[in-house]
Design a binder for this molecule. Structure first.
Ligand code: ADQ
Length: 466
């Protein structure tokens, strides 16, 4: 049996014990099963010019190999190329991409550094799983160092249409680097199609069918593996959490008003100003609802060091303030807007007491909040999910109230529809969505990906088509 080597930009702090939720849990449990190495950035800057040595922590059969980044690496690799070029590009925000050759060079330099540090930890039979847009060049750097192991890559964010992708000055280099992998995983079929189209339009490769692609003389597999959550665990957490003090206190503070909830990192991809404006439209068009519902928007600040985020953070605060000023009354604040992260259990409880979940990103790879909201509902009296058609999750959650997140009137109408939806329709939609997310939960996601990445002779089960 192979060991597993995982590389991700951020690694959950091993000193805090096994992670509590989300993707980290899935990777952690795959690593516990197979044994292996988890490498990545500590999240800290070493401040100096050179990053310090690898820091090793052992927990059970997992070796954590962590590195700080120098201030320059952080600026060029992380803040620069990853978050000021690839992130906005993949979320269709060409107006926000800030391309600089220096950052591109830093991106490759840090990937090379990661590869050089990882190299001595790799054993001949290991399978290697690289995560996300920060680390695209890892495989080709490892190949350069003589690593012949199976290497897979999962892209957590959207793969944009070729017209958008080709605006990247180094798009050939990015594709060239991706062809060094044995397996490319994307969130949706749509992302896979966009990737294949880029190969075709640039005349550098093609889709050979059956999940095989070829480019630059190399053959590799590419497939959609829509990421999920641990549905059963999240559902039971939510059920428990409604009895907690924090959730009870919050419920009381809404004084019997229907709760609409939004939970996002404060990111321009999440469509927050459109959402707030949509809520305002709803209040204008449905005066009877004024004073009877509140939008709770839980939105911790994120990537504040990146230009583009500070402008957007100001705009979101302004929109929320404007709506509260215009529509609020002495005893009612329409929007409760907080820049804080909320503990996972409390979050689950809040989803459960909410009548409506608003998940309206302008573009999103998958969006796990949508799946968490569904899993958290009370099956006998479920709330309604309003979901952007441009979230990867809309493919599976087509029983949500789907909206075009750019259309604020449509958002307003969707809120009205969701708040007044009869029980029977709510149960029907909830049941359909639960069935989909249960079928495709997080353990299936990692098992499918790793099943396909496994060398053929070691595959125990047939990889399940998505
Ligand atoms: P994100 O853009 O971070 O992830 P998302 O999928 O919604 O978006 O995941 C966010 C996670 O953080 C969820 O588990 C959520 O509960 C938690 N979270 C969000 N806001 C929070 C808050 N205020 N307090 C506490 N927790 C909060 C990227 C891609 C997504 C893709 C994931 C996983 O952008 O499209 O679904 O990776 O592949």
């Amino acid at each position: 049996m192979s060991r597993l080597v995982v590389v991700s930009n951020r690694v959950p702090d091993p000193a805090k014990g096994p992670p509590a939720g989300g993707l980290a849990v899935a990777l952690n449990s795959a690593l516990e099963k197979m044994g292996g190495v988890w490498m990545g950035w500590t999240g800290k800057s070493s401040g100096v010019k050179e990053p310090g040595p690898l820091q090793f922590v052992e927990r059970g059969n997992i070796t954590f190999a962590l590195t700080d980044l120098s201030r320059r690496d952080l600026a060029e690799y992380y803040t620069g190329f990853a978050n000021s070029v690839l992130w906005p590009l993949c979320h269709y925000r060409l107006d926000l991409t800030e391309y600089a050759r220096k950052d591109m060079a830093g991106y490759f330099r840090v990937n090379r550094l990661f590869a050089e540090r990882l190299r001595p930890l790799i054993q001949p039979d290991d399978i290697i799983w690289i995560h996300d847009y920060h680390l695209i060049p890892m495989a080709s750097e490892l190949r350069r160092l003589g690593v012949g192991n199976r290497i897979g890559f999962f892209m957590h964010i959207p793969w944009p249409s070729p017209d958008v992708f080709f605006t990247l000055p180094v798009h050939e280099a990015i594709i060239d680097n991706l062809t060094a992998y044995d397996l490319l995983g994307f969130q949706t079929e749509h992302d896979v199609e966009n990737f294949a189209l880029a190969l075709k339009r640039d005349g550098i490769g093609r889709d050979m069918g059956d999940g095989w692609m070829a480019a630059y003389g190399r053959r590799f597999q590419a497939k959609a593996f829509p990421i999920g959550i641990d549905v059963a665990e999240f559902a039971s957490t939510a059920k428990e959490a409604v009895r907690s003090k924090a959730v009870k206190r919050t419920a009381v503070s809404f004084a019997g008003r229907d709760l609409i909830i939004g939970v996002d990192r404060l990111d321009y991809s999440k469509g927050l100003t459109h959402r707030i404006d949509g809520f305002e439209r709803f209040l204008i068009a449905n005066p009877a609802w004024r004073g009877r519902t509140t939008l709770l928007q839980v939105t911790p600040k994120s990537r504040s060091e990146v230009q583009g985020y500070s402008d957007m953070q100001r705009q979101v605060a302004e929109h929320a303030g404007r709506v509260n000023g215009a529509m609020g009354t002495l005893d009612w604040t329409p929007i409760r807007y907080i820049n804080q992260s909320v503990g996972r259990n409390t979050l689950a409880g809040l989803y459960r007491i909410a009548r409506v979940g608003l998940v309206t990103p302008l573009r999103d790879g998958m969006n796990l909040v949508a799946k968490e909201f569904v899993a958290a509902q009370n099956p006998a009296d479920p709330g309604v999910l309003v979901l952007s058609r441009f979230a990867g999750a809309a493919r599976e959650l087509d029983a949500a109230v789907l909206v075009n997140p750019y259309d604020v009137e449509a958002i307003g109408n969707a809120i009205a529809r969701a708040l007044s939806m009869p029980l029977e329709a709510r149960v029907e939609r909830y049941t359909a969505m639960m069935a989909r997310i249960e079928q495709n939960d997080i353990s299936k996601w990692s098992a499918d990906f790793l099943g396909m990445l496994q060398p053929e002779e070691q595959r125990t089960t047939e990889p399940v088509p998505a």
